[in-house]
Design a protein around this ligand. Structure first.
Ligand SMILES: NC(=O)c1ccc[n+]([C@@H]2O[C@H](COP(=O)([O-])OP(=O)(O)OC[C@H]3O[C@@H](n4cnc5c(N)ncnc54)[C@H](OP(=O)(O)O)[C@@H]3O)[C@@H](O)[C@H]2O)c1
Length: 279
């Protein structure tokens, strides 16, 4: 967003406050809020289009968003596996990019649901993937890594979503399986063409791909967008409490160093999640 992603929505609303994930203490509630009370410790995630983000001392969330949870990344993974592919025990899942926050959440969801998981990740992430219960973790920088991936899958979550990973993901699906990418074109086409042309163009683009993949490969193709939903938050909280879901935090920055924190992610100096802390 800082470099212009989503400008078709956000440009006319500038200045906006960045940030989606939040944790802290409830200081006030609306008159109809029943699910949380003042003083309670909560985690949450704002909607992707929120303009008053969470890089602030005080954030405003709707009741749904307020339920305790590990937020944005886990909700995105939940939306893919449970909202779209509706995975069931025993189904085989391939997570492309398990080293990232969404991919790692997806692995933990799938393992908790009793699904065998294969993932691609950097060599430094392999041990973490296996410890989280993945059956196989393959280094995406090793030569011919695709040859090491065995069998076909019921669902593929592609957190990278470039042409190469899409081709690979599709080729590993069983007929009737789901390919899900996090890199839907709705925002990029709207940013390029403006909202009025961009959104219909994205819909046509998506429909064309869905029809093409259904006819040629017999698979379902979807773009995944994070949504805060109460069922997902509840499940995530349960898994966290049972120690079955963890998102490692790599580094903490004070809120006054937001730009340094972004730079550390942009330049890949820090691999995992970054947390901004308030005094
Ligand atoms: N659509 C949505 O609603 C939504 C929601 C959240 C995020 N996203 C997008 O989804 C993407 C992932 O988000 P994230 O928060 O999980 O990112 P992240 O935590 O920054 O993770 C990125 C990871 O991808 C891995 N990687 C890079 N290239 C790879 C490749 N060719 N094959 C396999 N793994 C590769 C790296 O893992 P290693 O460390 O193992 O090398 C890296 O750590 C981002 O582009 C983000 O903007 C979309």
């Amino acid at each position: 967003m800082r470099v212009g992603y989503g400008r078709s929505v956000f440009e006319r609303l500038l200045p906006i406050i960045l940030g989606r994930d939040v944790s802290g203490e409830v200081v006030a509630v609306g008159s109809e809020v029943k699910s949380v009370c003042v003083g309670q410790q909560v985690f949450g995630a704002l909607h992707p289009t929120a303009i008053r983000g969470t890089y602030t001392d005080y954030a405003i969330l709707s009741q749904d968003e307020e339920a305790s949870a590990i937020p944005f990344a886990a909700l995105t993974a939940w939306r893919a596996l449970n909202g779209t592919a509706r995975i069931t025990e025993g189904q085989r899942i391939l997570v492309i990019g398990g080293g990232g926050a969404v991919g790692f959440s997806a692995i933990q969801f799938a393992v908790a649901a009793g699904c065998p998981v294969t993932t691609t990740c950097g060599s430094q992430s392999i041990e973490r993937m296996l410890a989280a219960g993945a059956e196989q973790a393959v280094d995406y920088l090793s030569e011919d890594y695709e040859l090491s991936i065995k069998g076909k899958f019921d669902a593929v979550l592609d957190t990278i979503g470039v042409a190469e990973t899409e081709r690979m993901g599709i080729s590993f699906l069983k007929r009737g399986g789901h390919y899900m990418t996090l890199q839907g074109e709705a925002a990029s086409l709207s940013d390029k063409l403006g909202l009025t042309l961009g959104l219909p163009a994205a819909t046509v683009f998506l429909l064309k791909k869905q029809i093409q993949y259904r006819v040629v490969n017999g698979i379902e193709y979807s773009w995944i967008f994070m949504r805060a939903d109460i069922e997902g938050l509840t499940e995530i909280r349960k898994l966290c409490e049972a120690g079955k879901m963890k998102i490692p935090v790599d580094k903490t920055f004070p809120i006054t160093q937001v730009s340094e924190a972004h730079e550390a992610k942009d330049k890949r100096i820090v691999q995992g999640k970054v947390v901004l802390e308030f005094d």
